[in-house]
Design a protein around this ligand. Structure first.
Ligand SMILES: [Fe+2]
Ligand SMILES: [Fe+2]
Length: 270
């Protein structure tokens, strides 16, 4: 499939527009884009107010944006169109494994994160019904990949944008809850359904994520509700997270997504 209905000159113009918008959003979110490309931790605007976010693998700066429909145009949907700040953007996600995700519309950053939550809930529900080690391993792998990408875009882009604008406690607890989940995510990815405790680990991960999602989505006093009350540009944040998510999904497709890295919890050596 080619780049859908977009001539190359227009595509190039859109990519250039996207690059500028991404850098602007980086400033809004307190994320330093050079640190994204240099494997440095992604410090928020005021490092004293936040724990150290995760380090992410190095990606050549030019290559990040060249990926959006240019370098491999024959592959499916690696395009963000159109870049209309006033209205919803259409995000055509990459396929992971054999599964195509339907086209989705995300009106803002919170809509994007909620869609991620719903997808992981569906995957956990499928795992509960799954029979056979192959099916279980496939679903558990997909759950872990989705959660690794989701926690990264939240910690690199979303959470830092709200430091100082919503309750500190709710942000701090979110980082710690992520780190707790990452321990199980890495363990599940390294293991297999033929091992003892595998189903139990997936079940406990599900329970941890359900609690965390509730904390984020709780009406009125939850994290997202507080974020909506702030003046942070949720559409700009959506664009920044979509760009980073595309990049991470490309890595996942290539089998290059590293294990999840705890951000604030020190793991005592065994
Ligand atoms: Fe989330
Ligand atoms: Fe989260």
């Amino acid at each position: 499939m080619g780049v859908r209905g977009i001539g190359m000159p227009r595509l190039v113009a859109e990519i250039e527009l996207g690059l500028g918008a991404f850098e602007k959003v980086g400033a809004i979110a307190g994320v330093h884009l050079d640190s994204l490309a240099d494997d440095k931790p992604h410090a928020p605007a005021d490092p004293a107010m936040s724990p150290q976010p995760v380090a992410v693998p190095s990606v050549p700066r030019a290559g990040r944006f060249a990926d959006f429909g240019v370098r491999k145009p024959a592959r499916t949907a690696r395009t963000i169109t159109p870049r209309n700040r006033a209205g919803p953007a259409t995000f055509l996600p990459l396929q992971l494994g054999e599964k195509h995700m339907a086209d989705q519309e995300f009106t803002d950053a919170i809509a994007l994160l909620k869609a991620d939550h719903r997808k992981v809930e569906e995957l956990f529900a499928s795992y509960e019904k799954a029979r056979g080690d192959g099916r279980k391993q496939s679903l558990a792998g997909e759950i872990c990949t989705e959660l690794k990408i989701h926690t990264m875009i939240e910690e690199e882009v979303f959470y830092p944008a709200f430091r100082g604008k919503i309750e500190d406690d709710i942000l701090d607890e979110a980082y710690v809850e992520h780190d707790g989940a990452k321990v199980l995510i890495n363990d599940i990815e390294a293991g297999g359904p033929d091992e003892d405790y595998y189903d139990a680990k997936v079940k406990v991960l599900q329970e941890q994520i359900e609690h965390h999602v509730q904390e984020e989505e709780k009406p009125s006093e939850g994290m997202f509700a507080q974020c909506r009350e702030s003046e942070v540009d949720l559409v700009a944040l959506r664009d920044a997270m979509l760009a980073r998510k595309q990049e991470l999904m490309t890595k996942a497709e290539a089998g290059e997504l590293p294990p999840a890295k705890p951000s604030v919890v020190d793991l005592a050596p065994a």
